[in-house]
Design a protein around this ligand. Structure first.
Ligand code: PLP
Length: 356
């Protein structure tokens, strides 16, 4: 039975993308070869890479000051690749600490330069996004996590700063219309909202590159990847292909406007259900709630296991909260149909009735 897939990542993909990817594993577009067998410097793959880069730029409405790269490693690689490329050892970068992923990025940056944590919501278990902070004049760049996958918070407006703004958008990339050109660097592991695991998308405004004295290993050097069109070495061919298919699907579905409208409808239904049923509670500040990952709890912790059992029996996966947070997490990425949210909210109402 096909499951209602609320996984946080790797996560749900559109059925058409799965079908096209499956077909290409057998044979890519009448080439007589599988996507797993073709050379990365063939015209076939070069066209796929080019389309993946062009579609990403188009959907984010980025102009020619930006380049899009597809690079190996998860978003975790970017935690170190960003400071390695942008932060000299005597320079200071500002970071917002809003959860598990942001704090990992902070640890990595500290290996390369100085880190100034300008805002943190650790005091309240990362249940909100602190927006009131200022940047010292020597700040090289500001790093934020646009959506905190584990904690269930999301930036709904972005800080206006006069230094390069960098965002880890792994879990909400291409889910809404935002001013992407407000950012100097955007990165996302593909496996949440734009494809399969194994590749990162990095969009960078080129003027921020090249200004540091540290020698950078070639495979970590953004400028070298740009010069090589993301083909410096063998890229993760299949993962890039799936990302390209997913980008095509987003565009054909109506683009970010439609992704956003769907995401608002799905998350409103879920949060309204949580707020209406005393058996559940969501500790996240209302204005900062994530439309991608809803984190909530059973008012009586003893009911958590029975609730999870009920979800499992109804064919729902990925509903258990992150190991350090506990509770429930329902991820509602672009490809999740409204029907799945209707199903889980109906189940929540039934559950609330059954426990009194
Ligand atoms: C999942 C996630 C990561 C880590 O991604 P990997 O691809 O596993 O390295 C980093 N940041 C955010 C916001 C995430 O959701």
């Amino acid at each position: 039975m096909k499951q209602h897939n609320f996984n946080s990542g790797p996560s749900i993909l559109p059925p058409t993308v799965l079908q096209q990817a499956a077909n290409a594993v057998i044979e890519l577009d009448n080439t007589g070869l599988s996507i797993l067998e073709i050379g990365h410097r063939t015209p076939y793959f070069m066209a796929i890479m080019e389309e993946a880069r062009t579609l990403a730029k188009e959907l984010m409405q980025l102009n020619d000051e930006y380049e899009v790269m597809y690079l190996h490693g998860g978003a975790t690689t970017q935690f170190m690749q960003i400071p390695m490329n942008l932060l000299d050892s005597e320079e200071t970068a500002a970071y917002c600490d809003n959860g598990v992923w942001g704090s990992k990025a902070i640890k990595e940056a500290a290996l390369f330069g100085k880190v100034n944590v300008v805002a943190s919501s650790k005091d309240l278990k990362y249940t909100y996004i602190p927006k009131d902070f200022s940047l010292p004049s020597n700040t090289k760049y500001l790093h934020i996590t646009s959506n905190n996958t584990v904690e269930g918070t999301q930036w709904h407006t972005f800080p206006e700063v006069d230094v390069p703004l960098i965002a880890d958008m792994s879990s909400d990339i291409l889910s809404r219309e935002i001013p992407f050109n407000q950012f100097a660097l955007i990165y996302a592991g593909a496996q949440k909202n734009m494809g399969a695991a194994g590749v990162n998308m990095v969009a960078v405004r080129k003027d921020i590159l090249g200004g540091i004295s540290r020698p950078i290993p070639a495979i970590m050097d953004y400028q070298k990847h740009i010069e090589a069109g993301s083909l410096m070495n063998t890229p993760p061919v299949f993962a890039v292909y799936v990302a390209m298919l997913t980008l095509r699907w987003i565009k054909a579905s109506g683009g970010l406007k439609v992704m956003e409208a769907d995401s608002i409808a799905k998350s409103n239904l879920l949060y309204n259900t949580i707020d209406a049923l005393p058996v559940f509670h969501c500790p996240i500040a209302k204005e900062d709630r994530s439309r991608m990952n809803a984190v909530f709890f059973l008012a009586d912790p003893a009911l958590e296991t029975p609730f999870l059992d009920k979800c499992k029996a109804a064919g729902m996966v990925g509903v258990k909260g992150y190991r350090t947070v506990g509770g429930i997490r329902v991820s509602m990425y672009n490809a999740l149909p409204m029907e799945s949210v209707v199903n889980i909210t109906d189940l929540m109402k039934d559950f609330a009735n059954s426990v009194g």
